[in-house]
Design a protein. Structure first.
Ligand code: F6P
Length: 554
């Protein structure tokens, strides 16, 4: 019987250590300058301050002991060595190979995968250059200036995050010129309408992105846009206006997309870890040009190397991952708020939500043993300061939710108004610096009384404080930094999974809903086309389906 991490002495020791930490308050911990100094680290421009964690030096060293018990170093190495650490699907987990330099060797099943990665990258460069410079044109001879990328989950959220972050980078925006990149994910006809609104099929390239090329939503959207293209330009136009990204090139061809216009990736790339494959690289390269994508990949690579080789004491993803485990499994805080202080990162939280919750939302260990503790965390977030006017009340006075504050030193878009006290970016950053302290220190009744606050309001204005956060400060937000940020989160999530002893790289939990939807789909078809009554569902679903069918009948 495999050992669960919760059965080990270091786990039990951490549990016992909570009692010690409960005797402390961040208000006091923050007065210890040496402690604070030891809880800051820096790598390649990224500055991490984790002094506002409910932790002492002893906590950190106990976490390292826990990491040892979980064989963290060995597991990280196994990932980089291409071992089949995704055991339930019998696959390697090699998204790091997607951003490796050409001269690196990374083996999966005895074969160096890096040359194949670069073959596809070179093909993307060539194709996107042609589309951008107008040598690949549409069926009616017009340049393709707009791209609709169809895909869902990992075939959507990562590329959307990077696109949104690059859109306001002045150099990237200049390179995009007037081009448009849109993402069609939802099977909802509303999303189709939004995507095609204002676009002309003559000048539009559709990229169908699906690892499996079987995902119901994506395939229906692909058929819908194939119809949109062929009804406007004729069926022969599809070969000029539709390309694909997939691991399943047979199905791509069957769908009617020329295999020469397909961009491959591999089963050792998990969907939610695929933004650095053709999944993200193709649409982003079409929009911004390949050089921006190269910079993005380099940023991710910088963190990969750091994660693989830096000692745990200053290894940013390792520290962040261990602290997450500390918060979730020992302090009992199940959620995390991702709070970037820049609008450019508005899609970071939705992306990380999938990476984290699909990876670590597991109920059993990697050996199939039901976990006696909760793994995974509930991720959500909004850019500051918008979030402050939304859910911060709860994180200041209600539930304790560990927060990630992400700040950018040099804004993508500095604005200076002559008469303001500070420029707009300094105004934004004032909040970035203030919020972590507000959470950590809170406000005591004594402070309020000394400010002559009316006594009946004192309880309402009291903040208990002692609420943990980390602050990440990035020098700027260009393609390179975006790549770094992505890799920090990807590896942090892997670290959590490695400690919990789960498989962070499968996603069986999403299957049940998919198969029930297919049962409903069959019923809707039979009822609409053959007048069959609803059967085989529970009372509630039967009632809802019948009502829907009756009310939507033509
Ligand atoms: O939601 C389940 C899932 O399998 C994700 O893991 C994946 O990113 C998404 O569906 C899309 O899958 P595909 O790229 O195969 O269309």
């Amino acid at each position: 019987m495999a050992t669960l991490i919760s059965d080990t002495a270091p786990w039990k020791d951490m549990k016992a250590h909570v009692g010690e930490i409960d005797k402390t308050h961040l208000r006091d911990l923050m007065t210890d300058t040496e402690r604070c100094k030891s809880m800051m680290t820096e790598f390649d421009g990224i500055f991490l301050d984790y002094s506002r964690q409910r932790a002492t030096g002893e906590t950190i060293s106990k976490l390292f002991t826990l990491a040892e018990a979980a064989n963290l170093k060995k597991k990280i190495n196994s990932m980089f060595n291409g071992e089949h650490i995704n055991s339930t699907e019998d696959r390697s987990v090699l998204h790091v190979a997607l951003r490796a330099s050409k001269d690196t060797t990374i083996n999966s099943d005895g074969k160096n995968v890096v040359p194949e990665v670069w073959q596809v990258l070179d093909k993307i460069k060539e194709f996107s250059d042609k589309v951008r410079n107008g040598s690949w044109i549409g069926a009616t001879g017009k340049a393709l200036t707009n791209v609709i990328a169809i895909g869902i989950g990992g075939s959507f959220l990562g590329p959307l995050f990077v696109h949104t972050a690059l859109q306001t980078d002045p150099e990237a925006a200049k390179s995009a010129g007037g081009r448009q990149l849109r993402f069609l994910a939802n099977v909802d006809p509303v999303d189709v309408a939004r995507n095609i609104s204002g676009l002309d099929p003559e000048t539009t390239l559709v990229v169908v992105v699906s690892k499996t090329f079987t995902t119901a939503e994506t395939m229906l959207n692909a058929r819908t846009l194939r119809e949109w293209v062929s009804s406007a330009l004729g069926p022969q136009a599809v070969s000029k206006h539709m390309v694909a990204v997939s691991t399943n090139l047979k199905l791509v061809e069957k769908f009617g997309i020329d295999p020469n216009n397909a961009f491959a990736f591999w089963d050792w790339v998990g969907g939610r870890y695929s933004v650095c494959s053709a999944v993200g690289v193709l649409p982003l390269s079409l929009q911004y040009g390949f050089s921006f994508v190269e910079k993005f990949l380099k940023g991710a690579r910088s963190i990969d190397q750091h994660f693989h080789s830096a000692p745990f004491e200053n290894n940013i993803p390792v520290l962040l991952g261990l602290l997450s485990v500390w918060n979730v499994s020992f302090l009992g805080y199940p959620a995390r708020a991702i709070l970037p202080y820049t609008q450019a990162l508005e899609k970071l939280a939705p992306h990380i939500q999938q990476v984290s919750m699909e990876s670590n939302g597991k109920g059993v260990s990697i050996d199939g043993v039901r976990l006696p503790f909760e793994a995974g965390e509930i991720d959500f977030g909004e850019p500051g300061t918008n979030g402050q006017h939304s859910f911060y009340q709860l994180i200041h006075q209600g539930r304790v939710i560990p927060c990630d504050f992400i700040g950018i030193v040099k804004s993508q878009q500095p604005v200076y108004l002559r008469d303001e006290v500070v420029n707009n970016h300094d105004e934004l950053m004032s909040n970035f610096f203030a919020q972590p302290d507000a959470l950590a220190y809170g406000k005591t009744p004594e402070q309020l009384q000394s400010e002559n606050v009316a006594s009946h309001l004192v309880p309402h204005k009291t903040f208990t404080g002692n609420r943990p956060s980390v602050s990440l400060l990035l020098p700027s937000l260009d393609a390179y930094r975006i790549g770094q940020l992505l890799a920090i989160y990807e590896h942090r999530i892997a670290v959590e999974g490695f400690i919990w002893g789960i498989n962070s790289f499968d996603q069986w939990g999403v299957e049940l809903g998919k198969s029930l939807a297919s049962q409903v789909r069959k019923q809707l078809h039979a009822s609409r086309n053959k007048g069959e009554s609803v059967e085989g569902f529970n009372f509630s679903t039967t009632k809802l389906l019948t009502r829907y069918l009756e009310a939507s009948a033509d």
